[in-house]
Design a protein around this ligand. Structure first.
Ligand code: ADP
Length: 622
C-alpha cells in the first residue's frame, strides 16, 4: 500500500453518534476544544508513563506541550501534541469506532430522549466520544500522527459523513496534529481571544502548557495555568477550578455534589482529590464495576485502571490519587498485589465514607439525590466489605411504610414499638405496590414500621448482615414472627385460634404437598390468606429472582396462613360441619392458595385451572 488512501466506513455506532451531533442544537459547541486538549494531554501522560520502561520513546524530548495554532487564511485550527501518537491500527480502532461497552444501549437512550436535550450534552463527555464532537464545528477533520518509536506517519481524514480515509504520510516529530477546517459559520474559533477564554475556562488545570499562536510558525504564549489542581492547597483550588477538573475527569458538566481534597501524611503519603458526583454515569451497572479514579505517582499519570485502588462499590467516584510512595516504574500487573496500594485503599475508603456521612448530615436534601443515584451501589459494599459494614449501614436510606421520605436504620430503631425486637423489611420489584402486600397487614395494625426494599442487591445483604445495633434484621415474609408481644394500635377482638382448627386440618388434607403447613396468621388483618416462607427457607422474592436468573433453587413449599377473623375464613369454618359442604371446601382451599400466590407475585402452575375453579364457585353462589 504505497501511499494510496484507504477508505473505510465508520462503525455503525459512530455513524449514529455523528448524526445525533449534527442534529443537536448544541449550545456549547466550544467544548470540542476541551475534548481535543484533554485527548492531547492524555496522549502526553501515556507517553510519559511508557517512557519510564523505555526511555528511548521520548528520544531526549520530554518537554511535553500542547500547541494550538490559528490559520485564518485557510479557516483551519490545528491542535498539536508531542504525546504518544497513533499508528494505523490505533487510528482505525480509536477514530473509527466506539470502543466502550454498552455503546449501543447508550445511543438508544440518547436518541430516545431527543438529541437537543441539554442533558445529552453532559453525557457526551463521560461517554468518551469527545473526538467526534469536532464535527459540530468542522467540515473536515484530519489527524496527522506518528507514534512514538515509529518512523511511519499516518493521515486520517473525514468529513463526518459515514466514511474516513487513512493513508501513509510524513511528520517530522512524534505526536498528533488534529487539523480542523472550520465550517463557514464557526469563524469565532479562529479568534485568539475567544480561544484563550475557552482554554482558561475548560483546560486551566491541565498540567501541561497549552500554547496558543496566531500564526503557524509563531512560538505562541501559554494560555493555561498548567498546575495540577490536586497539588494546590485547599484555598488555592477554587470552586470554579474544581468544576472544570470534575468535568475533565468525570465528563459531567454540572459540578460535583461534594469535593474531597486531602493530603495523607505519616507512614504513607499521598494526595487525594475525589468527587462525589451529582449525577449518574450511564454505565454504573456494567458488570465490570470498574473505578474511574486515576492513579498518579509523584505527578506522573500511571493508570485509570488500577482495580485495586478502590472497591467496586465506590466505582461512582471520580478524581485522582497521587502517591509519593509507589515506585514510578510500577507496572499495572504489579499493582494487583502491592502492599502500599492496599494500604492507600484502606485509607481512601475510610476517608470517603466519612465524607459521605458528613455530607448526609450537612446537606440531607443533597444526600437524598446522592442516595437515589448511588445507594444501590453502596449497598453492594454492605454485602462485600465486612470491615466497613457498620459505617456503610449508617449511610443506608430506605423507603418505609411509616414515612414518605427515606429513613435510616437509626431513625427506624428510634421509632420501634414497645416489645418490638427486630428490624422488619420486605423485598420486591420496584414497580409493585409493596406497601400494599398482605404480609404487612399485621405489622400495620400494630403500627410497626417495615422497610420496603426494591433493589436487586437488597435480596442479599440483609441475610449477610443479620444484625444492626443488636437488632436482628428480618423479612416479614419469612417465618412465624411473633407479633403477639406487641400491642395492636386499635383494640381488636381476638378470635381464638382453636375456632378454626378443623378448617386448618381440612386445608392441610386437601392441599397436601402443595404447602408446608397451614396455620393461623398473626400478620393478616384485611386479607383472608397469605403465603410465607418457613424460617430457614429462601425468602419469596429472593427465590423468584434466582429462578429468573436461571439458578436452580431448591423448591420449598410455602406456608399458607389464614386470617381467622376474616369473614370468609369464619364463614368457611362455620359451614365445615355441614356434610354437603365437604366437597366445596376443597375448591375454596385451592382457590385461596392460588390467590395468596398471586398476591405474593408468585406464578401459578396452571392459571386456567384457577379460572375454572373461580367460575365454579361463582356458579354455586348464584
Ligand atoms: P476518549 O478520549 O474518551 O477515549 P475520544 O473519542 O476523544 O474518546 O478518543 C478516542 C481515543 O482516540 C482515545 O482514547 C485515544 O486512544 C485516541 N486519541 C484521541 N486523540 C488522541 C491524541 N491526540 N493522541 C493519541 N491518541 C489519541
Amino acid at each position: 500500500m504505497s501511499g494510496a488512501a484507504e477508505t473505510m466506513e465508520f462503525q455503525a455506532e459512530v455513524g449514529r453518534l455523528l448524526r445525533l451531533m449534527a442534529h443537536s442544537v448544541y449550545s456549547e459547541k466550544e467544548i470540542f476544544l476541551r475534548e481535543l486538549i484533554s485527548n492531547a494531554s492524555d496522549a502526553c501522560d501515556r507517553l510519559r508513563y511508557a517512557a519510564i520502561a523505555n526511555p528511548a520513546l521520548v528520544d531526549g524530548n520530554s518537554n511535553f506541550e500542547i500547541r494550538i495554532s490559528i490559520d485564518k487564511e485557510n479557516r483551519r485550527l490545528i491542535i498539536s501534541d508531542n504525546g504518544i501518537g497513533m499508528d494505523r491500527d490505533d487510528l482505525v480502532k480509536y477514530l473509527g469506532s466506539i470502543a466502550k461497552s454498552g455503546a449501543s444501549d447508550f445511543l438508544a437512550t440518547l436518541e430516545a430522549t431527543s438529541a437537543s436535550d441539554k442533558a445529552s450534552a453532559h453525557i457526551i463527555g463521560q461517554f468518551g466520544i469527545g473526538f467526534y464532537s469536532t464535527f459540530m464545528v468542522a467540515d473536515t477533520v484530519e489527524a496527522l500522527t506518528r507514534k512514538a518509536g515509529d518512523s511511519q506517519a499516518w493521515l486520517w481524514k473525514s468529513d463526518g459523513e459515514g466514511a474516513y480515509t487513512v493513508e501513509q504520510s510524513e511528520k517530522a516529530s512524534r505526536g498528533t496534529d488534529i487539523i480542523l477546517t472550520l465550517k463557514e459559520e464557526e469563524g469565532e474559533f479562529l479568534e485568539a481571544f475567544r480561544l484563550r477564554h475557552i482554554i482558561r475556562s475548560y483546560s486551566d488545570h491541565i498540567p501541561i502548557p497549552v500554547l496558543l499562536s496566531e500564526d503557524l510558525n509563531g512560538d505562541g504564549e501559554q494560555a493555561n495555568a498548567g498546575r495540577a489542581i490536586w497539588t494546590l492547597s485547599k484555598t488555592e483550588a477554587t470552586d470554579e477550578a474544581h468544576r472544570e477538573f470534575y468535568s475533565h475527569v468525570g465528563g459531567m458538566g454540572e459540578g460535583p455534589w461534594r469535593t474531597i481534597h486531602w493530603r495523607a501524611e505519616g507512614s504513607l503519603e499521598y494526595s487525594g482529590l475525589l468527587y462525589l458526583p451529582s449525577s449518574k454515569p450511564f454505565n454504573l451497572f456494567n458488570p465490570e464495576r470498574k473505578s474511574r479514579v486515576k492513579l498518579y505517582v509523584r505527578r506522573v499519570f500511571i493508570t485509570d485502571e488500577a482495580e485495586e485502588l478502590l472497591p467496586g462499590y465506590l466505582r461512582f467516584l471520580v478524581g485522582v490519587i497521587d502517591s509519593e510512595d509507589l515506585p514510578l516504574n510500577v507496572s499495572r500487573e504489579m499493582l494487583q498485589r502491592n502492599a502500599v496500594l492496599r494500604q492507600i485503599r484502606t485509607g481512601v475508603v475510610r476517608r470517603v465514607l466519612r465524607e459521605i456521612e458528613e455530607g448526609a448530615k450537612a446537606d440531607p436534601e443533597g444526600y437524598q439525590g446522592f442516595w437515589n443515584n448511588f445507594g444501590p451501589v453502596l449497598k453492594e459494599g454492605v454485602y462485600e466489605d465486612i470491615n466497613n459494614r457498620e459505617a456503610l449501614l449508617k449511610l443506608c436510606r430506605f423507603q418505609s411504610t411509616e414515612s414518605d421520605g427515606l429513613v435510616s436504620l437509626e431513625d427506624y430503631i428510634s421509632r420501634m414499638k414497645d416489645g418490638q425486637e427486630a428490624i422488619y423489611f420486605i423485598t420486591g420489584e420496584a414497580g409493585r405496590n409493596l406497601a400494599g402486600s398482605s404480609q404487612l397487614e399485621g405489622f400495620k395494625a400494630r403500627g410497626i414500621e417495615v422497610l420496603l426494599l426494591t433493589d436487586p442487591v437488597d435480596d442479599f445483604w440483609p441475610a449477610a448482615v443479620g444484625i444492626f445495633s443488636d437488632k436482628p434484621i428480618r423479612s416479614v415474609t419469612q417465618g412465624g414472627e411473633d407479633l403477639d408481644k406487641i400491642q395492636k394500635t386499635e383494640a381488636e377482638e381476638e378470635t381464638a385460634a382453636s375456632d378454626i382448627d378443623p378448617l386448618l386440618s381440612r386445608f392441610r388434607e386437601v392441599l397436601g404437598e402443595a404447602v408446608k403447613d397451614v396455620r393461623v396468621s398473626k400478620r393478616l388483618t384485611d386479607s383472608p390468606v397469605c403465603i410465607v416462607a418457613d424460617d430457614g427457607d429462601l425468602d419469596l422474592h429472593l427465590s423468584r429472582m434466582l429462578q429468573q436468573h436461571g439458578e436452580t433453587v431448591p423448591r420449598s413449599a410455602r406456608i399458607l396462613e389464614l386470617n381467622a377473623r376474616h369473614p370468609l375464613i369464619q364463614g368457611l369454618s362455620g359451614k365445615l360441619a355441614q356434610k354437603s359442604f365437604s366437597e366445596e371446601v376443597e375448591i375454596y382451599a385451592r382457590v385461596l392458595l392460588d390467590q395468596a400466590r398471586i398476591a405474593a407475585g408468585e406464578p401459578l402452575e396452571d392459571p386456567s385451572v384457577y379460572g375454572r375453579r373461580i367460575a365454579e364457585l361463582m356458579v354455586r353462589g348464584l
